[in-house]
Write a new protein. Structure first.
Length: 491
């Protein structure tokens, strides 16, 4: 006969296998109230929270699990994977490496996590050593991805061939997508731009999924709708909630230069970057489930708004570096959730980073993004429509929702890093610090598409990148480009 713990464990796993992560979390919550001193319910909670994308919540669950069972291999394994997602790469490597040498169910998965962390951290020699090491992981089809990565710096042509083979294989779609865009990056870097473009399109087609662009754009288009009778620039109504101190946030589309600016700001002793924190996304999901979003957000009750603010800050503050009064959230969704941001986190200072739209577009197209949540990245046409919507709505939305902000032109940032960084810091009431101008010296790890670029000094190499793909851009891009050039000229 099954024990109560075994029944709970089986129910949670069954729900996770069926894709019902929220229901699995509810069951794990009930289990934890009955068996708080058992490790099982905390591992179940962490698995459900991870499936929901709530990495910080999963991390809190695993802290409890580790206190209860510090030598449990499953706890160590899951903590290593969570460390990676929270950009604690040294900790991830330290936890996962010993598991690869142990017999049991975690050696291969721990090895996969280990080499991912080594890759993100740029520890190429260690990655090559791991790939050369014998073990059960060599029989896993994912091994080929890491074999190709391990030679990408020394033999890029071989790496492209091997990565393309992985992309066209029968391995899991997310691995094929990773391999495809790794190969695209190498082709682009090697000047093989037609091949890079064609492979990017094939990878999108072979590993993507249908995407409703109109539905995705609606919240952005709704930003243009002001409170009836309100003048441009006047703050909209919102729930009465406490003003948030010490929070800044990027409100920019991906690949616009946010990682560079975040690393610069994080190098200031009074500022801490907290990475691509998903807290605002959860606020958006919660307000939508309550029936309020966009134009109706002012109807959100103060009680609910205060609770959402507390939940956001709880995990954000766990990410903040000690003794840094300011934290900077580099999430990728704020530009779609301006009303929710203003309603729940009033007082937030915003950075809107803009870059030549064609540079932004080609960088997006040639990069790995999630095919379901970011399906708009699959073509230049859909990317252009998103950029047009953001350009038409965001500047006025920031003003009409009363959010203090600075617009930073990427090209001016790399031409005059001291001047542009000073503008950002003044928004926070801070003065320029010397380390801000040397982001490549910042020891902080970043878990982002730009993790390799931030290891280099500030440079202009990515400006005008789109010209390598000029043949892909038609006259439909002229208005966006002209608007950016005017902004770049005037500052």
């Amino acid at each position: 006969m099954q024990t109560a713990d075994a029944k709970f464990a089986a129910e949670v796993q069954s729900l996770l296998d069926q894709g019902f992560a929220r229901r699995a979390l509810e069951v794990a919550d009930r289990w934890s109230t009955k068996s708080r001193q058992q490790v099982g319910p905390w591992l179940a909670r962490s698995s459900a929270n991870t499936r929901l994308g709530r990495i910080d919540a999963a991390d809190r669950d695993l802290e409890v699990a580790e206190r209860l069972a510090p030598n449990d291999d499953r706890v160590i394994f899951l903590r290593g994977l969570t460390d990676q997602q929270l950009a604690r790469l040294d900790a991830s490597i330290k936890r996962l490496r010993p598991l690869t040498g142990k017999p049991g169910p975690y050696s291969t998965e721990a090895w996969m996590g280990l080499v991912d962390s080594l890759w993100i951290a740029g520890r190429r020699a260690e990655l090559a050593d791991e790939v050369a090491r014998a073990g059960p992981w060599t029989q896993d089809p994912r091994h080929a991805l890491h074999t190709a990565r391990s030679v990408s710096h020394t033999d890029p042509a071989r790496a492209v061939t091997e990565l393309t083979a992985v992309m066209q294989s029968g391995v899991a779609p997310f691995v094929r997508r990773l391999a495809g865009f790794d190969a695209v990056r190498l082709l682009d870097r090697g000047g093989k731009h037609r091949e890079a473009f064609d492979l990017a399109q094939r990878t999108h087609a072979m590993t993507g999924s249908p995407f409703d662009l109109d539905a995705f754009l609606q919240p952005v288009l709704d930003l243009r709708m002001r409170t009836p009778g309100a003048a441009a620039g006047s703050p909209r109504a919102r729930p009465e909630v406490p003003v948030v101190d010490g929070l800044a946030m990027f409100v920019s589309v991906p690949r616009s230069g946010t990682t560079l600016l975040e690393q610069m700001l994080d190098a200031h002793p009074q500022v801490s970057g907290i990475g691509e924190y998903d807290g605002l996304r959860f606020i958006g999901e919660a307000t939508q489930s309550l029936g309020f979003s966009g134009r109706s957000i002012e109807q959100l009750s103060a009680k609910d708004a205060i609770q959402l603010q507390r939940e956001y800050l709880s995990d954000a503050l766990r990410r903040r570096r000690a003794n840094a009064p300011w934290m900077v959230d580099k999430n990728l969704r704020a530009w779609r959730l301006i009303p929710e941001l203003a309603a729940v986190l009033p007082g937030t200072r915003c950075f809107h980073v803009v870059r030549d739209p064609r540079d932004t577009a080609i960088s997006i197209l040639l990069s790995y993004f999630h095919p379901h949540s970011d399906g708009w990245t699959a073509s230049l046409d859909s990317i252009r429509r998103v950029l047009e919507a953001v350009e038409s709505a965001l500047p006025d939305a920031l003003a009409s929702h009363g959010l203090r902000h600075e617009t930073i032109v990427y090209e001016r940032l790399v031409d005059d890093p001291a001047g542009e960084a000073s503008r950002c810091l003044r928004l926070l009431g801070l003065e320029l610090a010397e380390g801000v101008l040397r982001p490549e010296s910042n020891p902080r790890s970043v878990f982002t598409l730009s993790h390799a670029q931030v290891q280099a000094p500030i440079n202009t190499s990515s400006i005008g990148r789109w010209k390598n793909y000029e043949w892909a851009f038609g006259s439909e891009w002229d208005a966006l480009a002209a608007r950016h050039e005017a902004r770049r000229a005037t500052g």
